[in-house]
Design a protein around this ligand. Sequence first.
Ligand SMILES: [Zn+2]
Length: 282
Amino acid sequence: MRNPVGGHVPVAGGLATTGLAYARELGAETVQVFVANPRGWATPKGNPAQDEKFRAQCAADGVSAWVHAPYLINFGSHTEATVEQSVLSLRHSLRRAREIGARGVVVHTGSATGGRAREVALAQVRERMLPLLDELTHDDDPFLLLESTAGQGSSLCSRTWDFGPYFEALDAHPKLGVCLDTCHIFAAGHDLAAPEGMARTLDLLVDTVGQGRLKLIHANDSKDIAGAHKDRHENIGSGHIGEEPFRALMSHPATEGVPLVIETPGGKEGHAADVARLKKLR
Ligand SMILES: [Zn+2]
């Protein structure tokens, strides 16, 4: 399938029991989950029976799975405790991803806090994140996918070209990839709704990171205008991006085979409608 479409699903009650049941109700062809509280540092063990069921069912249904790492992670932080927790948290997400058969772990690119220079923060990204990539030596280890931000504050990566220095800091490791969030990149200043806006933005991304690095797309419309630096997701076609750019997204060569995950409002009904809308546009 050119672009499997699915969503981020809740898993309280069990990865397979709750998560995959929800995914089925959405008609999801791909699925994203948290393996820890996204707003905490806990690193829970997981339930082997649920893991096995999740793995087996995803494989049987041909559904690819993805893990989103916790939001608190920031490898650019000037606070040592935050960086230490970030290492433990991301290592946990990567290990859990392998255990549940996920293909990639999405992590936010973070920001240079405390007024420090971007170069200092990126040097720290190299020092603390690169060893985690080097730990990915099993055949079934996930990719580590960098998700850029809407460009708030001292963000390390929000425009397409910001992936350049980030990839450089990580030696363009073979296990490194990109998760493109359409709301974030629009909010950061790439006007996807302009004529050819989506195609141009994808071209810029490929120019920066090379072919084959785009592994996942967070398909979200935006409640705010391009360049607003606000991270407020909207249902597909109901925001300032609109439907048409998503059609363009799914016909660009860079997105061949790349799954789309929605992270939109509206609960289960809203999610099902967005999945259906993207399938229609595909
Ligand atoms: Zn996202």
